[in-house]
Structure formats: structure tokens, C-alpha cells
Design a protein around this ligand. Structure first.
Ligand SMILES: Cc1cc2nc3c(=O)[nH]c(=O)nc-3n(C[C@H](O)[C@H](O)[C@H](O)COP(=O)(O)OP(=O)(O)OC[C@H]3O[C@@H](n4cnc5c(N)ncnc54)[C@H](O)[C@@H]3O)c2cc1C
Ligand code: SF4
Length: 330
């Protein structure tokens, strides 16, 4: 049994000072990932700073025309919001594809961003894992790696980021609002998570005394032509093997803007920039989508059990683009 302290934050500033004052303190959101990790002895915080009582759960229109999602708003509340439903259906689809209704009621938006990988070896303290125990090795590289990454991997770690919501947020190019002892700073969602490189223990660019307090969506939500496609082993309650957030904007019969982001393939939501560039200015067609989507895996590397993702990812992109082209299903 490892004792820990549970501290209630009375304000965002109070949360930040509690995080700064204690060496091994972390924020507690809905607890759906953190508490599991503590039970498995993977994470061993000495202090939990509970932010539930803070006034960070609202969803508000921004003067720019975008929408601000509070850090402690639940995934369920966010998907239910009428503005998310009508202006950002891609985000709603991604959220609703995740976990279960009970979990989405508990899970917060910030906790979803910050959730940790589902690599089996990360959860198994009897096996080497550079993310859990830096320098111990990576059991997945030569182990069972069916759910692991094919893009942006390093010799140190081939884990994927598990969030569905973040794939849609990356496609929408959302901004994470962060607050720390030095004040506030915006971080692009695309830069928020890291690739593993030499330091796979670091999932993201948030400092240990910083708090996520909101996520801002830009005005453009691609409401008419977007689709979130999630390929998984079961139709519910399963993480993505490969997922795609696809969004298109047209000018007449031509694609004016394309957004394609992959989940389940990398340590962070993976923006398929080459695919996007190959679509812009072109007439949509299945053959264009097929050709463009192949660009997403030109630098992919499989590790044995996950080789199938190299074929699956372009097919999933093509299908997601086809559905986005046809028009968003409400
Ligand atoms: C059985 C099961 C199935 C699931 N399936 C899916 C799925 O298919 N797709 C998917 O995307 N997710 C899935 N999830 C994961 C789920 O979405 C996450 O557990 C949830 O989003 C985490 O949110 P939370 O508020 O509970 O975070 P917590 O567990 O409270 O915290 C998670 C991390 O976020 C940090 N944190 C929380 N709030 C803040 C903040 N404001 N600022 C800084 N750091 C913060 C915590 O310190 C911790 O490191 C599943 C989970 C379970 C248990
Ligand atoms: S892939 Fe990453 S998380 Fe999984 S065992 Fe290797 S180092 Fe650990």
C-alpha cells in the first residue's frame, strides 16, 4: 500500500501552487486512467490535486467564433453540447467512439488529453519499459506489438497515444490553454504531445506544475464534410487499432482545404500532411483519395505483429475521406 495525500484545489492558482509545492504531485481529473495506474503501481504520486471543484467546466463561445471547452467538462457533456453537435461533429463522433457512457461521464477533457498509453508492458511492472522505468528497455519492440506504433517511433519506445478525442482535436487544429507559475500560455494541440525519441517517459510538453485549463476550437469546424473512422477489434469499449479524422472544405467542385489525422499509429495524433497537400486543389474521387492516402505510410515501419497497420492506415484514410466527401452524417 502506498499512501498519498488528496488535496482539494480552491482555485486554478491554488492548484498550481499545490503542484509547485509538492515534489511528486499530479492533477486528478475524473480518475478513470490515473487511479487505474495507481492501483497497478505504475504511477506513484504522493499528492493528488483534485480540480473537480474549480470553475473550469463550462463550454463557451469565443469572440473569434470558436468554442472554448473547459478542462473539467466531461467528455459526455462536451459531446452533448449543441454547439459541438452542430459546429464540430467530427469531435463529437470521436468522443462518442471512445470508452463507454459511464466512463465518458467521468472522464474530463483535460484528462483525456493527458491519458497514458495502453501498451500492455507499460501496465505490467514485471517487464522492462522505458516509459515507466527509464533505461530499463522496451519489451514491445521484440514482444507482442499488435497495438503499437508504425510512425515516429524510436528504439526506446513504440507506444501509441490512445485518445480518440485528441485525433479530432488535432485535425481541427485546436489549442490547449495551459496555466503555470509563470502565467498562461497556449500550446497547439499538434505540439502538445511528443514523439518518444530518447525520452519516452515524457508524453507531452506540459511542465509538472502546469495545469490544462481549457481547449479552444477554431471557428472552422468542417461541419458539412467530416468523418471520424475508428477501426478496432470490437465495436464498443475498445481502443483504436487505427483511426482517422478526415475533414474537407470545398470551393465549387474542388477541395480547398483538407485535414487528415491518424490515431493508433504513433506516440501522438499523427497529422498526415502529405496526404492533405495532395488533396488540395483537386477534384475529389476515390482514386485520388487512394493515391493520396498511400503517402501517409511512406515512412512507416512495422515491428511484426503490427505490420498490418501499414496497409490498414491508407485504406482507413480513403474510407474516411469518402464518407467526409459524401457529407457529415448527423
Ligand atoms: C475501459 C476503458 C476504455 C477506454 N476506452 C477509450 C477509448 O476507446 N478511447 C479513448 O480515447 N479513451 C478511452 N479510455 C480512456 C479514457 O478516455 C480516459 O481514461 C479519460 O479520458 C481520462 O480522463 P480523466 O478525467 O478520468 O483523467 P484522470 O484519470 O483523472 O487523469 C489522467 C491524466 O491527466 C492528468 N490531468 C487530469 N486533469 C488535468 C488537468 N486539468 N491539467 C493537467 N493534467 C491533468 C492526470 O494527472 C493524469 O495524468 C478508456 C478508459 C477505460 C478505463
Ligand atoms: S512501447 Fe513504450 S510503453 Fe511500451 S514497453 Fe516499450 S517503452 Fe514501454
Amino acid at each position: 500500500v502506498r499512501p498519498f495525500q488528496l488535496l482539494q484545489a480552491e482555485s486554478p492558482l491554488d492548484a498550481i501552487s499545490k503542484l509547485s509545492e509538492h515534489e511528486n504531485a499530479v492533477v486528478l481529473g475524473g480518475g478513470t486512467n490515473l487511479i487505474d495506474l495507481m492501483k497497478e503501481d505504475v504511477e506513484r504520486p504522493e499528492v493528488l490535486v483534485d480540480v473537480e471543484r474549480l470553475d473550469l467546466s463550462s463550454i463557451e463561445d469565443l469572440p473569434s467564433g470558436g468554442l472554448r471547452l473547459g478542462a473539467t467538462a466531461s467528455n459526455a457533456e462536451t459531446a452533448r453540447d449543441s454547439r459541438v453537435r452542430s459546429r464540430y461533429p467530427l469531435l463529437r463522433e470521436a468522443i462518442l467512439s471512445a470508452a463507454s457512457p459511464q466512463l465518458r461521464n467521468m472522464a474530463t477533457n483535460a484528462g483525456n488529453l493527458m491519458q497514458r498509453t495502453r501498451c500492455y508492458y507499460f501496465y505490467d511492472t514485471q517487464t522492462p519499459c522505458n516509459k515507466r522505468s527509464p533505461g530499463s528497455g522496451c519489451a514491445a519492440v521484440d514482444g507482442f506489438n499488435r497495438i503499437h506504433a508504425i510512425l515516429g517511433t524510436s528504439e526506446k519506445c513504440i507506444a501509441t497515444h490512445p485518445s480518440d478525442m485528441c485525433v479530432a482535436l488535432a485535425a481541427l487544429e485546436a489549442t490547449v490553454q495551459v496555466r503555470g507559475p509563470e502565467g498562461e500560455r497556449p500550446l497547439s494541440l499538434l505540439d502538445f504531445h511528443r514523439l518518444p525519441g530518447e525520452e519516452p517517459e515524457k508524453d507531452h510538453r506540459l511542465a509538472s506544475d502546469e495545469l490544462v485549463w481549457a481547449i479552444d476550437l477554431p471557428p472552422e469546424g468542417f461541419a458539412d464534410h467530416s468523418h471520424y473512422l475508428k477501426v478496432r477489434d470490437r465495436e464498443s469499449y475498445a481502443f483504436a487499432l487505427v483511426s482517422v479524422a478526415a475533414a474537407l472544405r470545398f470551393s465549387g467542385s474542388l477541395i480547398e482545404e483538407a485535414r487528415v489525422c491518424l490515431g493508433g499509429v504513433a506516440h501522438k495524433p499523427w497529422k498526415a500532411r502529405d496526404v492533405e497537400a495532395a488533396l488540395v486543389g483537386r477534384e475529389p474521387s476515390e482514386s485520388l483519395f487512394e493515391q493520396a492516402s498511400e503517402l501517409s505510410v511512406k515512412e512507416a515501419r512495422g515491428f511484426g505483429h503490427n505490420d498490418f497497420k501499414i496497409k490498414l492506415a491508407p485504406r482507413a484514410i480513403t474510407e474516411a475521406l469518402m464518407r467526409a466527401w459524401k457529407g457529415t452524417q448527423s
